[in-house]
Ligand binder design. Sequence first.
Ligand SMILES: [Zn+2]
Length: 232
Amino acid sequence: MNPIIESLLSLLYPRVCPACGELMVEGERLMCLKCRLSLPLTGFERSPQWNPMMEKLMCRVPVERCSAYFHYRRESPQARLIHRFKYGGQPSLGRELMKEYALALKPLGFFDGIDAVSPVSLSFVRLVLRGYNQSYRLACGVSDVTGLPIVRTLRAAHHRSQTRLGADARARNSGRGVYRALRDNLDGIDHLLLIDDIVTTGSTLRACVEALHLERPEMRISVLALASTRLD
Ligand SMILES: [Zn+2]
């Protein structure tokens, strides 16, 4: 956008940082500088084959690589950022954040050998209630940078919102059988990158990985998320 028009627009419609609510100044993108500097980066991309997120994803099926942009903690500025993206009607925020992270991951070879990206699916009911699948928006951000196709590989049955459940109930709720792999869409994919928004216990992703493995045992699977909660 023309910088003069951008300045005029910011006078009329001041841009607010989605994380802290302060006004943003010219040159600040997606969040204010203060929030950007305090973003708790995971650094998982430096060891994508073994990191705390991989510990959460451990199941019968091995995951090739995994990483997440930043750590997630409730009541933090990052939580507000994600809330805006997930429920606050700002789906483009997630796409842009993931684009930013994908740009950092690309030169590290994180996407090497990957054939397609696939968002973790929402059930039809939740999709209608929310209006969009947040993981799909994140997948768009990865695709913007890598050019990889976005493929729908999973179908989800309706289950209660994960956020209202305790860890045990969540694990049961996201257990096997909740996700089904769409066999026809997996043709020709040797290495798939699954995309999710926040990894908490990892149970949702483990269920997805197992469902995919059931249909295509020889396919390799990697995982990328916007945020991951710390293991305490
Ligand atoms: Zn801020």
